[in-house]
Write a protein that binds this ligand. Structure first.
Ligand SMILES: Cc1cc2nc3c(=O)[nH]c(=O)nc-3n(C[C@H](O)[C@H](O)[C@H](O)COP(=O)(O)OP(=O)(O)OC[C@H]3O[C@@H](n4cnc5c(N)ncnc54)[C@H](O)[C@@H]3O)c2cc1C
Length: 454
C-alpha cells in the first residue's frame, strides 16, 4: 500500500459530490482530488429523483431564488458544453387550485417570487380571447397567473372542471439527472479527479484542522489531505460526526410512482402539474373499514396535505407518467434499503384524480406500478448546508432535500469557490451552517411557514 495524498477528499459521489469535483477541477484547476463512494456513482438518491427544476421558491428572502437562478444559468452553460446531453425541457410548473380562497395566496406567491428575482408576473383574467397566454412557449421567466376559467379549460381540458386558478411558473422543467451527473463526472475525471470505491470510515483531525481520511479501500486506506468535503447525502450527519460536527439535519422518506398511461389521459406535452389544495380521499366503505383498523393507515382517511404532482416521462413513444405526493413527511432515520409504503400507488393515484379526473380509470383498473424513492435530507427551514464547517479544512454540501438535482451546479460551484477562497455571492451566507449561531436567524427561521417543498 502506497501512502496517498490529495488536495481534496470528497465523501460521496452523488450529484452533490460530483458537481463539487467538477467545479474544483474544471473551473478552478484543482485536480488532485479523491472522490470516494462505497456505491456506484449517483446510485443512492441522485438517480431516484423526478429530475425537475424550478426557480420558483418562497422567501422570506431572495436566497433560494438566487441560488436556483444561478444553478439554472450553469445548467444552460452545460447544455452547450455537453451538446444537450441531459435533454433539458423548460415546460414550467403549473400549480392549480379549486379553492377560490387560494387565489389571493397564489397571486401573492407569484408577486413575491418576482420580487426575489424569479421574473415578472403576467395576469390573465377575463380576457380569454385576447390573452397572450401560451402554455407551450419556452424560454420565458416569471409566471403566468390564469384566473379565467375558459382559458384554463381551453389549454388544460384534462384538468378538473372545478379548477378556478392556476399559476404557470416558467423557468422550470426537467432534465436527465443521470446524464448531467455522468457529464460532470467524466469531465472531472478527464481533469485528473480519481473516483475510488470505498467507505470513509474516519477522519483524523489535528488541532481542529483536517489531517487525513481513513477508508476501507485496501489500496487507499489512509489519504493525507487538509481539505475534506462531506457530500454524504442521507449519511451527512453520520459523516459529520467523524469530525465531531453535529449537522442540524433530519430525513424524510419520499417515494415516486411510475406507470404506463396507456389510455393517454395526460397529453405528452404537459408541463409539471401540481394540485395546490389539501385533499380528503374518497374510499369505498370496505376500504374505509380496512384503513381505519390499523394505526399505520388511519391517517389516510384524514385531510392530506397539498402538493400531489405528476409529469410525463420519456421521449416520443413513451407513455410513462411519474407521480409523487409527500403525504407523510414524518422524520425517520435513513434506514437502507428504503422501505416502500404499500399504500403509496393507490394513494397518489387517488390524489391525482382530484386534479385530473380522467385518471379515475386507473383507480378502477390500476396498471402495474413501479415504485422507487429515497430520503430527503433536510434542515428545518428546507435550505441546504453549503460551505465551510467549524473544523479548518472541512466543508459540507448537503441537506439538498427535494432540490438536489436542480441545485447541484449552484451548490457545487458555491462549495468549490469557498474551498479555493474565491469571492462568494451574497446569498452564500444563507446556506452556511454558521447561520444557526446567529440569534436573529434562529428567531426568523422559527417563524417561516412555507418552505417550498414538493
Ligand atoms: C423521490 C424523490 C424525488 C426527487 N425529485 C427531485 C427533483 O425533481 N428535483 C431535484 O432537484 N431533486 C429531487 N430530489 C432530491 C435529489 O434527488 C437529492 O437532493 C439529491 O440526489 C441528493 O444528492 P446527494 O449527492 O446529496 O446525495 P446522494 O445521491 O444520496 O449521494 C450521497 C452519496 O454518499 C455516499 N456515502 C455516504 N456515506 C459514505 C461514506 N461514509 N463513505 C463513502 N460514501 C458514502 C453514498 O453512497 C451516496 O452515493 C428527489 C429525491 C427523491 C427521493
Amino acid at each position: 500500500m502506497r501512502p496517498t495524498t490529495a488536495d481534496v477528499v470528497i465523501c460521496g459521489a452523488g450529484i452533490a459530490g460530483i458537481a463539487t469535483a467538477y467545479y474544483l477541477a474544471v473551473r478552478y484547476g484543482i485536480t488532485n482530488i479523491v472522490l470516494i463512494d462505497e456505491r456506484p456513482p449517483l446510485s443512492l438518491t441522485s438517480d431516484k429523483s423526478t429530475e425537475c427544476y424550478r426557480n420558483w421558491w418562497p422567501g422570506p428572502d431572495a436566497a433560494m431564488v438566487r441560488l436556483m437562478n444561478r444553478s439554472i444559468d450553469l445548467l444552460e452553460e452545460l447544455i452547450v458544453e455537453s451538446n444537450q446531453r441531459f435533454r433539458l425541457e423548460q415546460r414550467g410548473y403549473v400549480y392549480a387550485t379549486a379553492n377560490t380562497e387560494q387565489i389571493s395566496e397564489l397571486c401573492h406567491a407569484a408577486e413575491q417570487a418576482a420580487e426575489y428575482g424569479a421574473g415578472s408576473v403576467r395576469l390573465h383574467q377575463g380576457l380569454s380571447h385576447s390573452s397572450s397566454y401560451d402554455p407551450t412557449a419556452r424560454h420565458l421567466t416569471g409566471a403566468d397567473v390564469v384566473l379565467d376559467s375558459s382559458l384554463i379549460r381551453t389549454h388544460f381540458p384534462y384538468l378538473s372542471d372545478q379548477t378556478v386558478a392556476l399559476v404557470h411558473a416558467r423557468r422550470c422543467g426537467w432534465f436527465s439527472a443521470q446524464q448531467l451527473g455522468m457529464h460532470l463526472l467524466e469531465r472531472a475525471r478527464e481533469c485528473g479527479v480519481r473516483l475510488i470505491n470505498g467507505r470513509v470510515t474516519g477522519v483524523e483531525v489535528h488541532d481542529n484542522a483536517i489531517h487525513s481520511v481513513q477508508t476501507n479501500n485496501n489500496e487507499m486506506s489512509c489519504i493525507t489531505t487538509n481539505t475534506f468535503v462531506n457530500a454524504a447525502g442521507p449519511l451527512l450527519r453520520e459523516v459529520g460526526h467523524m469530525i465531531c460536527v453535529d449537522l442540524p439535519v433530519f430525513c424524510e422518506r419520499h417515494l415516486k410512482l411510475s406507470f404506463n398511461d396507456y389510455l393517454g389521459v395526460v397529453p405528452r406535452d404537459a408541463p409539471m402539474l401540481i394540485w395546490n389544495d389539501p385533499l380528503v380521499l374518497r374510499w369505498s366503505e370496505d376500504e374505509h373499514h380496512v384503513l381505519a383498523e390499523s394505526e399505520e393507515s388511519r391517517g389516510l382517511l384524514e385531510l392530506l396535505p397539498p402538493g400531489v404532482h405528476t409529469r410525463p416521462e420519456g421521449g416520443s413513444g413513451s407513455s410513462t407518467m411519474l407521480m409523487l405526493w409527500a403525504y407523510d413527511p414524518t422524520p425517520i432515520p435513513p434506514i437502507l434499503p428504503l422501505q416502500i409504503d404499500p399504500y403509496f400507488p393507490d394513494v397518489v393515484l387517488r390524489g391525482m384524480v382530484s386534479m385530473i379526473p380522467g385518471l379515475q380509470a386507473y383507480v378502477d383498473h390500476p396498471p402495474k406500478p413501479y415504485i422507487d424513492g429515497g430520503y430527503y435530507i433536510k434542515t428545518r427551514e428546507n435550505r441546504p448546508l453549503v460551505g465551510s464547517l467549524p473544523v479548518e479544512g472541512a466543508y459540507v454540501v448537503g441537506a439538498l432535500s427535494g432540490f438536489g438535482i436542480m441545485a447541484a451546479c449552484g451548490t457545487g460551484e458555491l462549495v468549490a469557490s469557498s474551498i479555493v477562497d474565491m469571492p462568494m455571492p451574497e446569498y452564500a451566507a444563507a446556506f452556511n451552517v454558521s447561520r444557526y449561531a446567529e440569534p436573529a436567524y434562529q428567531a426568523k427561521s422559527a417563524e417561516w411557514d412555507t418552505v417550498g417543498q414538493l
